[in-house]
Ligand binder design. Structure first.
Ligand code: G16
Length: 544
């Protein structure tokens, strides 16, 4: 088995976005494309030589082919050991858990997250560092720089393993271990939550519970944890078998793409319902007649953290991405713990978690997690909510939220997405707002004075690194915010995201229709971006 050196030329655009490199499957299937990116990882991440690499993905189309290629390249690049999930499966949080538990030097996670799969869908690859988290910008920049000059990749043929059989195989200096993709992760979660209390709740015949795995990676994890370990009825986990094309669906747990589940909960047919995304790091939480916004979810978990054994001693602090509502800040203030505002992207939480400054973190994009891993974690959030419900016996999701708002105030919140917009039109809308920024402070939106208008820049409090251009924000003190940014995860044109937040302290005004309450902010956004006018669209494609 000899190492082959294959000459290639650099591919344009191998710059990782918000979360790794995401492209159409057809782009990834070009000869040498995947290899160029992976070689750039090996060329820049020297610790992998002689080290351990974790490898797995969300099971989407091209997952197995990519794994075969990467195994051959790992062998050729001197990796000593690869831990690969059985069937090529590893959810994103499970990959993070495996990297940490086994002291690996890094991991390659194959996923395009919530984006659709199949031959015409999307694929993605992300490098995670030794702390289990997504590579910080300094690392992704180095990888990108290498892709721009790459002229060869190394591969060893004959690394053939049965991906479906757990076991170890040696190929010269490379050891490949096919591991149970669920075990390490399930053990970790079992240490954090009150499994006895949750189990009692899930076995109650009057507790109507459903988890939708959306034919994505969480199916096996949910079955093992919720059904096998906790005793939920098997029928409670739906769409549990991972499919290469997610059954033709869009594995994004939100009211639009998990509509059936959403409708069942909103109609009051379920007491607690949840869904996760393609790679298992996102979550949507629903109660009878109510959807818990991701920003609120983070705040509620922070306020109730001590109910879970893993957090019984309290939390060190909490962080949220800039466009996420400030609901969690309000909790942190009352708890007397630190809170942080980071740019969009889970990678920005890594340093704060490593330094022990925060315990919980979350984003408006249906992501919540804690210091148990360095990724967001869908099932973790579901178990946390079940833990809270089990310990606050007799209370409903709706009741818990209402009490939360009464105590901390309500942050009405919504995100409007304009998807697959012509890139030039998206830029024009952003430019409109950007040029208005310097003159906005002092003027008003629906009677609320604008106190600040800027392009968000972040200075990491741990390593001092700077990240600029992270989203345009218009702030009315503690009362309201309007934010605009371009998505860094789309693969078609540009996706413009508008985020709206309005604070309401008066309990008598906390049960209004969200979109109605936010309407003045929508009108303001249109007046400064001209987005609808420029794109000719009547409204957003997705409202969450
Ligand atoms: C990724 C990132 C998240 C980010 C989300 C949306 O999530 O990990 O931090 O909030 O994308 O990013 P954007 O607004 O740039 O599209 P995932 O679940 O797609 O990996």
């Amino acid at each position: 088995m000899t190492v082959r050196t294959v000459a290639i030329r650099p591919f344009e655009g191998q710059k990782p976005g918000t979360s790794g490199l995401r492209k159409k499957v057809a782009v990834f299937r070009q000869p040498g494309y995947l290899e160029a990116f992976v070689q750039a990882v090996f060329d820049t991440q020297e610790a992998l030589r002689g080290g351990t690499l974790v490898l797995g993905g969300d099971g989407r189309f091209f997952n197995r082919d990519a794994i075969r290629t990467i195994l051959g390249m790992a062998a050729a690049n001197g990796v000593a050991r690869v831990l690969v999930g059985q069937g090529g499966i590893l959810s994103t949080p499970a990959a993070s858990a495996v990297i940490r538990r086994h002291g690996a030097q890094g991991g390659l996670v194959l996923s395009a997250s919530h984006n659709p799969g199949g031959p015409d869908g999307d694929f993605g690859i992300k490098f995670n560092i030794a702390n289990g988290g997504p590579a910080p910008e300094s690392v992704t920049e180095a990888i990108y720089a290498r892709t721009q000059v790459i002229d060869r990749y190394l591969i060893r043929d004959g690394i053939e393993i049965d991906l479906d059989r757990i076991g170890e195989t040696a190929f010269g200096t490379l050891q490949v271990a096919v591991i149970d993709p669920v075990a390490d992760y399930a053990d970790l979660l079992e240490c954090l939550f009150d499994f006895d209390a949750i189990s009692t709740l899930l076995r109650r015949t009057d507790f109507r519970f459903r988890f939708d795995a959306m034919h994505a990676v969480t199916g096996p994890y949910a079955c093992r944890l919720l059904v096998d370990r906790l005793g939920a009825p098997a029928a409670a986990v739906i769409n549990a078998v991972p499919l290469e094309d997610f059954g033709g669906g869009h594995p994004d747990p939100n009211p639009v793409y998990a509509k059936e589940l959403y409708d069942a909960a909103m109609a009051g047919r379920l007491d607690f319902a949840a869904a996760s995304d393609g790679d298992g790091d996102r979550n949507m939480i629903l109660g009878a007649g109510i959807a818990v916004g991701p920003s609120d979810s983070l705040a509620v978990l922070a306020a109730n953290a001590t109910l879970a054994p893993g957090y019984a001693r309290g939390i060190a602090g909490v962080a949220r991405s800039m466009p996420t509502s400030r609901a969690a800040d309000a909790v942190a203030v009352q708890l007397g713990v630190e809170f942080f505002e980071t740019p969009t992207g889970w990678k920005f939480f890594g340093n704060l978690l490593d330094a022990g400054r925060i315990t919980l973190c979350g984003e408006e994009s249906y992501g919540t997690s804690s210091d148990h891993v360095r990724e967001k974690d869908g099932l973790w959030a579901v178990l946390f909510w079940l833990n809270v419900l089990a310990r606050r016996q007799g209370e409903t999701v709706h009741g818990i939220l209402q009490q939360h708002w009464q105590r901390f105030g309500r942050h009405y919140y919504s995100r409007h997405d304009y998807e697959a917009v012509d890139a030039a039109q998206a830029q024009a809308a952003m430019a409109g707002l950007r040029s208005a920024l310097p003159d906005l402070a002092g003027s008003a939106i629906a009677g609320m004075t604008i106190t600040q208008a800027d392009d968000f820049a972040y200075r990491d409090p741990i390593d001092g690194s700077e990240s600029r251009g992270q989203g345009l924000r218009v702030i009315c003190g503690e009362q309201a915010r309007v934010i605009a940014r371009l998505s860094g995860t789309g693969t078609e044109g540009a996706t413009v995201r508008l985020y709206f937040e309005l604070f309401e302290a008066d309990p008598a005004r906390q049960d209004d229709d969200v979109q109605t309450r936010l309407q003045p902010l929508f009108d303001f956004a249109e007046s400064v971006t001209g987005l609808r006018k420029i794109t000719g669209r009547a409204g957003p494609d997705v409202i969450t």
